[in-house]
Design a protein. Structure first.
Length: 108
């Protein structure tokens, strides 16, 4: 890994993490692909959240998707349950796996 690649990986790791192990955050940062234009501009033919029941869990400390945007999406989808983890980042499924597993079990 070059110094520039390591720096980009560390920056992405810092952007994604809060409460995750540093080694996990660096690995996730290195593996995370950058967002592309299609991800932000492609139109959906039929949004699944309009017909399929949904649940939502997100971190209040997310630096990638603002928590108010997550709250809006959960409300718009009529989420049956919304869990906001106060100290969690974008990687809530890594740092708060038990809360995520409990929500999945509740949904099942």
């Amino acid at each position: 890994m070059t110094a520039a690649t390591k720096k980009r990986s560390d920056n992405k790791g810092r952007q994604l993490r809060r409460g995750e192990d540093d080694a996990d955050a660096r690995l996730i940062g290195a593996a995370q692909r950058p967002v592309n234009r299609a991800a932000l501009s492609d139109r959906t033919v039929r949004a699944a959240w309009k017909t399929i029941p949904s649940w939502s869990i997100y971190g209040a400390a997310d630096r990638n998707i603002p928590p108010p945007a997550m709250a809006f999406m959960a409300t718009r989808a009529h989420a049956r349950e919304v869990v906001v983890v106060p100290d969690a980042s974008h990687l809530v499924m890594v740092s708060h796996r038990h809360e995520v597993a409990a929500l999945i079990q509740d949904a099942a």
